[in-house]
Design a protein around this ligand. Structure first.
Ligand code: URA
Length: 243
């Protein structure tokens, strides 16, 4: 988020100051610190008169973003969803996994990758020593396209700013795009996953290293491709352990 845009966002939330999160190596100008409302020092904040209403609770950028997703009506998908699916996991994760869109089970539970594909994703992560709770998992879309159809371009466009803000807040060291829809939208390409995998791409203005692998739902249908996914996971493991 650029400075002007960030300031507008903070102003809209009534956020008056910044708290810099513990340094993860992103550098002083990483530009995605978590914002929170700090209590001003006592001298600048005299006790309210008895008749004054108490000020509202502090709102963090994460809380504001979650609320914005939960109330979003920017595309037609809000009409058919049961739950929005915000994303789950460690908000300081080194690895962010990005999938396509919620399926039926995710729509029911409000959490990404909880169906069969999710179980395979969990196993894939465990294969490189990671538990689901140690990564942050999100999707290109926050609402389920009916009948599990592919996301439509207008739906992706309406939703993209949520994911951009999530990436800016998490500041992952590496992004793993699972499946063609995630890869195509994050990299603005229509190359096949087969051509995109095994290369280190760069995402966004901070050029976050991004790898592409097969979607776990595809691997459930084509288990013979799991060997390639394993190569991709090993590459990911290597990238996560290069410091
Ligand atoms: N497939 C995805 O791409 N995301 C989910 O959350 C579930 C299935």
């Amino acid at each position: 988020m650029d400075g002007g845009c960030r300031q507008q966002y903070l102003d809209a939330l009534g956020i008056v100051s910044w708290v810099r999160r513990g340094d993860k190596g992103g550098g002083a100008d990483a530009g995605a610190d978590e914002a929170s409302l700090e209590t001003p020092p006592a001298a600048a904040n005299p006790a309210p008169a008895a008749t004054e209403t108490p000020s509202p609770a502090p709102v963090s950028a994460w809380e504001a973003l979650e609320a914005a997703v939960a109330g979003c009506q920017a595309c037609e998908l809000h009409r058919s969803r049961t739950h929005t699916v915000f994303g789950v996991g460690d908000r300081n994760a080194r690895l962010m996994i990005i999938g396509e869109a919620p399926g039926a089970e995710e729509d029911r539970q409000g959490e990404p990758f909880v169906g069969r594909a999710g179980q395979l994703l969990n196993a894939m992560l465990r294969a490189i020593g990671l538990e689901r709770g140690q990564v942050f998992i999100a999707n290109i879309l926050k609402c389920r396209p009916p009948g599990n159809r592919n996301p439509a371009p207008d739906e992706v466009a309406a939703c993209a700013h949520f994911l951009r803000q999530q990436v800016a807040l998490v500041r992952p060291q590496v992004i793993l795009a699972v499946g063609g829809v995630a890869a195509h939208n994050l990299l603005q390409t229509d190359d096949s996953v087969g051509r995109l995998r095994q290369r280190v791409h760069a995402y966004g203005e901070n050029r976050i290293p991004l790898l592409v692998t097969y979607h776990p739902a595809y691997l459930l249908r084509r288990p013979e491709e799991k060997a390639k996914a394993w190569q991709d996971l090993q590459q990911l493991h290597g990238l996560l352990h290069t410091d």
